[in-house]
Write a protein that binds this ligand. Sequence first.
Ligand code: SAH
Length: 352
Amino acid sequence: MKNNLLRVNLVNLRDFGRGNYRQLDDYAFGSGGMVFAAPQLKAALDFADIEGVKPFVIYPSPQGALISQELIESLAHQEHVIIFCGHYEGLDERFVEKYVDLEISIGDCVLTGGELPAMIIIDSMSRLVPGVVGKSKAVIEDSFYRGMLDNPNYTRPFDWEGLQVPEVLLSGNEKQISRWRRHESIKRTLTRRPDLISRASIRDYLADKVGVVILARDENIDLRGLISLCEAYNLSRPFVIAKSHELRETIKNLYPEAKVLGSLAKLSDGQNTLCVKIFSGSRENSLHSLEVKRRCLEHEGSILFIFAQDESELLDERLEGLSSYLYESGLNGLVPLNILIGTALDRFLGKR
Ligand code: SAH
């Protein structure tokens, strides 16, 4: 606030109360608890409203949407947020219906008032304002930002009560350190919060070698489109597998930049390649996308996402020695290959 990065104004609801006692609440019809009355709340809202900027009105409430990093990120885009802190039984429902944009709960427990939730909301929003946290990279690496938990952290002394800092962190080897950090994040998220994986951006946590393979039946592949799609997901150019020499030559002529091979076996580095065969239509034994994401995260070697113009070839394709999983997109074979590839890449590697 001192650096003008954000402004927080406190408005005392009492100032809008009725009579000598500046009364705000009244007995709840039916239950007898105390409830904040709508006219006083409205008077406070009118006062807090800044001309020209439509405020986004929040009511912290145990019945609201559970707070999350995603929710806070979308709130951080709001220029002007007004938070109504409840007390006793809360606010008159008619005020909530008419003027509250979002109810937010900080967890499945009941507090005496909305003040602490308001501070939680303000604090987590403010961390996303550029300049509030000294090192902006730190914000990105924190838990939840990419949907994964942060790695554990250590500082001096190296030896404390018989416990040492993991050796790798002192090695000075950037590559090994970042591999260790990725690995720890994955381990923590999978054991503590596997539910997060569905909404996590996992691209940065996967081994560097992640590729797309297309089994070609003919040359009707929009390879240029696919190359830019792969670039968007930070992947190298897709591999095209064409069985016949003739088709390989045709594709190379059409797309000199293509990586064309005669068989999938050429791509594997032994046991260390995980293959995910992706079908548009339904397949028995196919995995849920969450499970595919989980196995990709657990896998330390390269990963290949395999698509085919003719999906029956996907089943025929023998992948000796490679672990291979099936995944069905649910698109029912109704979409062009490019769209299947785009949606599948987004599901597994996209930003949350
Ligand atoms: N009668 C309400 C609880 C009121 S608690 C109910 O059962 O739903 C009093 C006030 O504390 C609420 O109006 C709200 O502003 C705040 N509060 C309590 N628990 C909260 C939670 N988990 N998240 C956010 N705000 C909460």
